[in-house]
Design a protein around this ligand. Structure first.
Ligand code: ARG
Length: 608
């Protein structure tokens, strides 16, 4: 009984098991899940194998047939008898209409008419098609972006920002309550350096004009001075001590500068469609939380005393993490101790069920220490802290083939603004090629900007998040000419919108009036199948955290839509009923593509 298995799966989901079985990823919902369950139920009964294990092996097929089962994976010995049993016995019905065996794989194909009618009806009936309630009643914190302030946003900031914004969207769509936190890096000797430098290089006027840019210039200049003048570092250390001791003047300056920079970042975040519920900051991690953390660790015997020093150190060698320093020799706090204290504070403030840290893989060791120490402190929620890491965005290769690193300190960075405007110029050139159409775009500048941002985001999201990749500041607009890119998504979406607008009179008022039996053929089947897959894309992505899975899905979807658009007319020789049915299908495709684009943090544009 499918409803029974449904409950069984749900029960598994709710078991609170920290490592849920792979199965729960595909939690039941929608037509394709029903087809899959039907296949698994029959196979399990007929071949006498465990339902859950066979269910997990029935996979989506890339092309030619909808589900594929590697028969050897069942571990039942000789394939001959199994193949005959499946071929002869598998019931064909409204869910699955054909079964084939190919090279030790069983391939199952959905019945087109049921597939199309059920999937399209589901999409039309729901404002949130593809969303789930798997996370209902659970809270997660997604901490992301978290820049070190006092420098302008550069291309390297794009990744942690859009990856986090994507994860926030993803968890929201899976029913979680999400608190998005931006944990600003505004504490440490680096900032004391700026304070020292400001006396020499600072200008209040320049500060107001562009705070990030100015503070950054100050930093670059004073760092140069420090190379020859020992005094600079001594002064900076003294200033930092003042900050740590809560000196009002020192803190006051910081508060002021931070306010200005955060206001500036607000513009970048708005442009990138990234939202935060809370701005936290390293400077605001109270001393009392850090003292408490050290106390707990001391009580549990994890702190090794250091003779004649105020340092507090946790031995992490059993986990190959060397030492975790929680307090420096002169008693000042450190990045690690602030992270620990902040996590404890968050747990008390939000009592979250999960916390995600979107932080570069360069900080893998740091994040592993944070989570390990929280576990040593015996917090049950420490197991639910997850570091979602990502690779580095670096510069192009130099003449000798070596990778160049972007370096904030050396002042060699690609500001995000520049990257966007370069790509935007290239998009503008493209748009202008069709002068007649160009003249009809209401706000071409805004459209070009949105398309440029989509291009940059999709170029990043197309790669696995852990991969490092290079950006050539001289040649960043080349993303425009890459085959499958962000422009493709925006283009296909705009085409669908324009089709709908031009055919208002044919749009079905009530989906029930549509005769989906008029939708036939392999292109319709393919699009119907992809639309049916969307809920599973959201579900599986939550376990991989990989935007590239969603991007690939969007590309497949766009290709399927384009193929059908190019062959199936909506106004030509076909009957009006067929035209209506096709428009209905394209309307559903528009809805799903829009939803997937928004999941990827894009703003779908209507410009055709
Ligand atoms: N501000 C840090 C940096 O730019 C990243 C902070 C990551 N988050 C954290 N909780 N440690 O390097």
């Amino acid at each position: 009984d499918p409803t029974l298995t449904l409950d069984a799966e749900k029960a598994k989901n709710e078991g609170g098991d920290s490592s849920p079985p792979a199965l729960t990823v595909e939690s039941p919902a929608g037509h394709l899940s029903n087809c899959r369950k039907f296949i698994a139920t029959w196979l399990s009964a007929s071949l006498c194998v465990d339902y859950f294990s066979v269910y997990a092996k029935v996979l989506f097929n890339k092309r030619g047939g909808d589900f594929i089962l590697p028969l050897r994976s069942l571990g039942l010995g000789h394939l001959g008898p199994i193949e005959s049993k499946i071929l002869a016995g598998f019931p064909k019905n409204g869910l699955i209409s054909s079964v084939a065996i190919n090279n030790a794989f069983a391939i199952f194909t959905c019945c087109t008419s049921t597939l199309v009618s059920v999937v399209l009806t589901d999409i039309a009936a729901s404002a949130n098609y593809g969303f789930s309630d798997l996370g209902l009643g659970r809270k997660t914190i997604v901490e992301y972006s978290s820049p070190n302030i006092a420098k302008p946003f550069h291309i390297g900031h794009l990744r942690p920002t859009i990856l986090g914004a994507f994860l926030r969207n993803l968890y929201l769509r899976a029913g979680w309550e999400v608190t998005a936190v931006n944990y600003l890096g505004d504490w440490g000797t680096q900032f004391a350096m700026i304070a020292v430098g400001f006396k020499k290089y600072g200008s209040d006027e320049a500060l107001l004009r562009d705070p990030c840019k100015h503070l950054f210039e100050v930093y670059v200049n004073i760092t140069k001075d420090a190379e020859t003048d020992q005094n600079v570092k001594v002064q900076a250390a003294a200033f930092f001590k003042k900050m740590e001791d809560g000196d009002e003047e020192a803190i006051g300056i910081w508060k002021h500068w931070r306010k200005l920079t955060v206001a500036r970042y607000g513009k970048d975040y708005k442009q990138l469609n990234a939202h935060f519920d809370v701005y936290a900051a390293e400077s605001e991690v109270g001393q009392e939380w850090q003292d408490k953390s050290v106390e707990v660790l001391e009580r549990l015997g994890h702190i090794t005393p250091v003779e004649g020093s105020l340092a507090k150190v946790v031995d992490l060698t059993p986990w190959n993490l060397n030492k975790g320093v929680l307090r420096k020799g002169n008693g000042t706090s450190i990045y690690l101790s602030r992270d620990i204290a902040e996590a404890v504070r968050r747990s008390e403030e939000y009592s979250f069920d999960k916390m995600i840290y979107v932080v570069a893989s360069q900080q893998d060791v740091h994040m592993a220490r944070v989570i390990r120490i929280l576990k040593l402190m015996k917090f049950t929620w420490a197991d639910q802290c997850e570091h979602v890491n990502h690779g580095l965005v670096h510069g192009p290769k130099d003449a000798t083939g070596r990778i160049t690193k972007f370096s904030t300190r050396k002042g060699n960075v690609l500001p995000l603004d520049d990257a966007i405007s370069q790509v935007k110029d290239a998009v503008h050139v493209l748009l202008r090629k069709d002068a007649q159409h160009y003249a009809t775009i209401p706000d071409p500048d805004k459209v070009a900007e949105e398309l440029a941002i989509s291009l940059l985001k999709i170029a990043d999201f197309s790669r696995r998040k852990i991969r490092n990749y290079g950006v050539d500041a001289e040649n960043i607009e080349s993303v425009v000419h890459k085959g499958d890119n962000g422009l493709l998504l925006q283009f296909v979406y705009a085409r669908l919108v324009s089709l709908r607008r031009r055919n208002q009179h044919l749009l079905p008022v009530n989906p029930k009036d549509v005769d989906t039996n008029l939708l036939t053929g392999p292109l319709v089947h393919r699009l119907g199948f992809l639309l049916g897959k969307y809920p599973d894309i959201i579900r599986t992505t939550i376990t991989t955290n990989e935007p590239c899975k969603v991007v690939n899905y969007c590309f497949e979807l766009c290709h399927a839509i384009t193929r059908l658009l190019n062959t199936a007319g909506t106004r030509g020789k076909e009957s009006e009923a067929t035209a209506r049915a096709r428009l209905f299908m394209f309307g559903c495709a528009e809805k799903v593509l829009k939803s997937a684009m928004e999941l990827l943090t894009l703003r779908p544009q209507e410009w055709l």
